[in-house]
Design a protein around this ligand. Structure first.
Ligand SMILES: Nc1ncnc2c1ncn2[C@@H]1O[C@H](COP(=O)(O)OP(=O)(O)OP(=O)(O)O)[C@@H](O)[C@H]1O
Length: 268
C-alpha cells in the first residue's frame, strides 16, 4: 500500500495532511496517535470510503478509480463503529463479507459457505452464529465484524481499533489470529491501535500520527519513547523493556500525591 501526499478534508478542515506512508506486502503497520489525529480518516480513504487528494495505491489498485467491487475484493475494513442491520444474524452478517466475490445476480457457492463457516469458527463465534447481531455484547460484535472482513479474503486488512472492546484474552486471540493469517496467507495489515504496547508487539512498524501528519515512522523501539509520547499525547509515561518489545506504562502526572509510595512487595 502506498499513500503519497494524501490529504483528507472533513467538514472543510484537512484532517490528514500531505501524508506519505508505504506498507510492504505482508507487513503489519500500526497507526497510533491521539484522538482526532486522523487514523480513521486515513483508513477510510484507503478503503475507498472517503475522498482524498494525492495518490493511494492499495493491493495494486488505485483507491480513487478502482471501483467499489474491485476494491472490496482486495481490501477489507473492520470499522470502529459498525452499522448492524436490525434482525440480521451473526452468520448472515459474516456472509456479507462474500458479497464482492459473488457473481452479479448469483448466489453463494459451497466455497463461499465454507469460508464463512471457517471465519465464524476461527473467531469462536459458533455459539452465537444464529443470534441477531444487535443482541451481542460490544466485544462479541467486534469479533463478528472482524470475521466479516476476513470473509472478504482481502489482500490488505484495515483494522480500526480492532480490540478496543475485547477482554485481554480475546485481545490476544484476535491479534494472534490476524498475525497467523499474515504468516500463512501473506495478508498485509494496517491497524489503528490505542494500546501502544500491543501495537509494538504486533506491528513491524509504528506510524505515529499527530494532527494529520506523520510525527514518527519506525520500529517500536524508535517510536515508543517517553519523550516523544509525552509530547504528542500530552501524557506522562515510562517505557520499559518487555519480552516481546517495549512496554508503555502510564504514570500519574503528579505522582500519587498525599499517599505513601509503596515499597516493592508491600500490600496497600
Ligand atoms: N464526519 C465528520 N465531519 C467532520 N469532521 C470529522 C468527521 N469525522 C471526523 N471528523 C474530524 O476529523 C478529525 C480526525 O478524526 P479521525 O476519526 O480520523 O481521528 P482518529 O485519529 O481516528 O481519532 P480516534 O482515536 O478518536 O478514533 C477529528 O478532528 C474529527 O473531529
Amino acid at each position: 500500500m502506498v499513500c503519497e501526499k494524501v490529504t483528507v478534508v472533513r467538514g472543510g478542515v484537512p484532517v490528514v495532511r500531505d501524508l506519505s506512508v508505504t506498507v510492504a506486502a505482508g507487513e503489519w503497520v500500526c497507526l497510533v496517535g491521539p484522538n482526532g489525529a486522523g487514523k480513521t480518516s486515513l483508513l477510510h480513504a484507503v478503503g475507498g470510503l472517503l475522498p482524498y487528494s494525492g495518490r493511494i495505491s492499495v493491493a495494486g489498485a488505485d483507491a480513487a478509480t478502482a471501483g467499489e467491487r474491485v476494491l472490496a475484493c482486495r481490501v477489507g475494513l473492520m470499522p470502529q463503529r459498525p452499522v448492524v442491520p436490525e434482525s440480521t444474524t451473526v452468520a448472515e452478517l459474516v456472509a456479507l463479507g462474500r458479497t464482492p466475490h459473488l457473481p452479479r445476480f448469483g448466489t453463494e457457492s459451497d466455497e463461499d459457505r465454507r469460508v464463512v463457516a471457517r471465519c465464524i469458527e476461527r473467531l469462536c463465534l459458533d455459539h452465537v452464529a444464529s443470534r441477531p447481531a444487535t443482541q451481542l455484547s460490544g466485544g462479541e460484535l467486534q469479533r463478528v465484524v472482524l470475521a466479516r472482513a476476513l470473509a472478504q479474503q482481502p489482500q490488505v486488512l484495515l483494522l480500526d481499533e480492532p480490540t478496543s472492546a475485547l477482554d485481554i484474552g480475546h485481545q490476544q486471540t484476535v491479534l494472534e489470529l490476524v498475525d497467523a493469517l499474515r504468516r500463512e496467507e501473506g495478508l498485509t495489515v494496517v491497524a489503528a491501535m490505542h494500546d501502544l504496547t500491543s501495537a509494538g508487539q504486533y506491528g513491524d512498524r509504528l506510524v505515529l500520527l499527530e494532527d494529520g501528519r506523520v510525527a514518527a515512522d519506525g520500529p517500536a523501539a524508535d517510536v515508543l519513547r517517553p519523550d516523544l509520547l509525552g509530547r504528542v499525547y500530552g501524557a506522562r509515561v515510562d517505557v520499559v523493556a518487555g519480552a516481546d518489545g517495549p512496554v508503555v506504562v502510564p504514570l500519574r502526572p503528579g505522582g500519587r500525591t498525599g499517599h505513601p509510595v509503596p515499597r516493592a512487595g508491600q500490600r496497600l
